[in-house]
Ligand binder design. Structure first.
Ligand code: AMP
Length: 453
């Protein structure tokens, strides 16, 4: 049996080491080195780690190790609950669990909305060692007595920041209320905002806390640049770049679902092989598009931020930002789709003059000015001004007092995305005031984002 020395030293047993070796992993990543010993000791954990750092294996491997011991799950019980914000991420975590547990006699189920509930109820009937779930569907199943948590040993909250962004706080609190008090808690989040810390207070106990990527940095292995271009020429420029560079497998980000649909149509009309993935698509269509993209049968996947969150596609060479995101942190999440676990990648953004505010926020957040490349025939008439990295830093936001009659984290369209957009955009009282036009356009954009993906 082949096993890797480094993983061996972490205290994982043979069936796990063999599964790791099958994956070709040579050494543990930083988050794995830090998290695995903590989880094996049974301690609570709060880790700031982005997708792409190997965080899924960082919690799955030691969780599986702990599950080898202990009582098997009884009917309708789950021993480990992994909560994820999106269906895609749930499916992906489920795949990782299956991969790493293939030499172990453990039962796993993955449950999420948008598909029939009956097969999920059947899967839970005999009890499962690991249950991967999105919050809404889990509550539906709980309310129908399909799942119980008497035997729950470990709770994992994956991408906690995105759970809050998507307005899941209310569901999470409901779920926490039905879990046994004595359990191990592992919380993973790209960043630790005030809201996340607030959530953590009622969740983790004396956690070991660490961060593997310094906050708000993009992976070093990703080369990034922008193409300044006029808005109305973006589609033509993208088609030109794809054809000229013979780009084969690219993930393209759009700000809105409508924008993603429109762009996909134009790409198809230009003879390119593209599909859109966003919240208005059926789960079947989303799963199919992702599978085809992973199998390289589809070359261009056009996605919105929430749909793409957590997508893990091996060796994704290129990410294109057709629009810049309104929330600067999303730029980091987007570029995180490429250059994963040490592989190199490229992140290209098409930027028009009206996106200067977003560009400036991003460059300020990542503390670097992005390289600019003009493309012959696409030089913009409307210039994209240079941002200044030495502008006054944004003031850290104060925790908001909840408004009367509006509970914290209400699962409503009013609150989805509210945690990031609720605070004042750059240009709060002390910094340079923004023109009314810009503020209005941000408000409209915020409104658009609130329609849940
Ligand atoms: P994640 O951050 O969990 O989304 O993982 C990102 C990617 O890294 C996945 O494709 C994993 O298969 C891969 N990966 C995880 N751990 C390792 C490792 N130790 N060595 C190489 N690749 C890894």
């Amino acid at each position: 049996m082949h096993s890797d020395l480094n993983f061996t030293l972490l205290g994982l047993s043979a069936p796990l080491l063999e599964a790791i070796a099958d994956q070709g992993y040579k050494t543990p990543t930083a988050v794995q080195l830090k998290a695995i010993p903590v989880v094996l000791k049974g301690k609570d954990l709060m880790a700031a780690a982005q997708t792409g750092t190997g965080k899924t294996a960082a919690f799955t491997l030691p969780v599986l190790e702990r599950l080898i011991k202990g009582q098997r799950a009884q009917a309708n019980q789950a021993r480990v609950l992994i909560l994820t914000p999106t269906r895609e991420l749930a499916a992906q975590v489920g795949e990782s669990v299956a991969t790493y547990s293939k030499y172990l006699p453990l039962r796993t189920a993955v449950v999420y909305g948008g598909v029939k509930i009956n097969p999920q109820m059947m899967a839970l009937r005999k009890g499962v060692d690991i249950l991967v779930a999105t919050p809404g569907r889990l509550l539906d199943l709980f309310n129908q007595n399909a799942v119980r948590f008497k035997q729950l040993e470990i709770l994992v909250l994956d991408e906690a920041d995105r759970m809050l962004d998507m307005g899941f706080i209310h569901d999470i609190r409901k779920i926490l209320a039905v879990l046994p008090k004595h359990r191990q808690n592992l919380m993973f989040s790209a960043t630790f905002s005030d809201d996340i810390r607030q959530l953590a207070k009622g969740l983790v106990h004396q956690p070991v806390e660490f961060s593997v990527n310094p906050r708000n940095t993009t992976a070093k292995t990703v080369s990034q640049w922008i193409h300044p271009v006029d808005k109305k020429k973006k589609t033509a420029l993208l088609i030109h770049l794809i054809k000229k560079n013979n780009w084969q497998q690219i993930l393209v980000f759009c700000r809105t679902k409508q924008g993603a649909n429109r762009l996909t149509r134009y790409l198809e009309e230009a003879g390119l092989n593209a599909a859109a993935i966003h919240g208005n698509k059926s789960q079947g269509a989303r799963t199919r598009a992702l599978a085809e993209f992973k199998a390289a049968e589809l070359s261009i996947l056009v996605a919105t931020d929430i749909a793409a969150r957590g997508l893990d596609i091996d060796q994704l060479p290129l990410v294109v930002n057709f629009d810049l995101p309104n929330v600067a942190e999303d730029y980091i999440h987007r570029t995180g789709r490429t250059g994963r676990a040490g592989a190199s990648g490229q992140a290209v953004s098409l930027v028009s003059a009206d996106e200067f505010d977003q560009l400036s926020d991003i460059e300020h957040l990542i503390k670097q000015l992005l390289k600019r490349k003009l493309i012959d025939g696409f030089e913009p008439v409307h210039d994209v001004p240079e941002s200044k990295l030495w502008r006054k830093p944004k003031k850290p936001k104060k925790p908001k007092k909840p408004k009367a009659g509006h509970r914290d984290g209400q699962r409503s369209s009013e609150n989805a995305q509210g945690h990031k957009l609720g605070h004042k955009p750059p240009g709060n009282k002390k910094s340079k005031p923004k023109s009314k036009k810009v503020t209005d356009s941000k408000k409209t954009a915020a409104k658009k984002r609130r329609s849940r993906d």
